[in-house]
Design a protein. Structure first.
Length: 67
């Protein structure tokens, strides 16, 4: 999922930076979609960090219980 979001985000950035004249409404939609994808990417990164932390805590707790 993260790779899909990254690829779409790159494509949107390319559209925004292109020297092609696009109607204002199209640019506004592209900006909002890019903003939404940025928010999704941040949430996914935080979710991955939290799951990694909880997995580390479980491993530490499991090794302590075995001793």
């Amino acid at each position: 999922m993260k790779t899909i979001v990254n690829k779409i985000n790159r494509a949107l950035q390319m559209i925004l930076m292109a020297p092609v004249k696009l109607p204002g409404k199209v640019l506004a939609v592209v900006r909002y979609v890019a903003l939404g994808l940025g928010i999704m990417e941040t949430v996914l990164e935080k979710d991955n960090a939290e799951t990694e932390e909880s997995a580390d805590e479980l491993e530490k707790g499991g090794s302590d219980a075995a001793k």
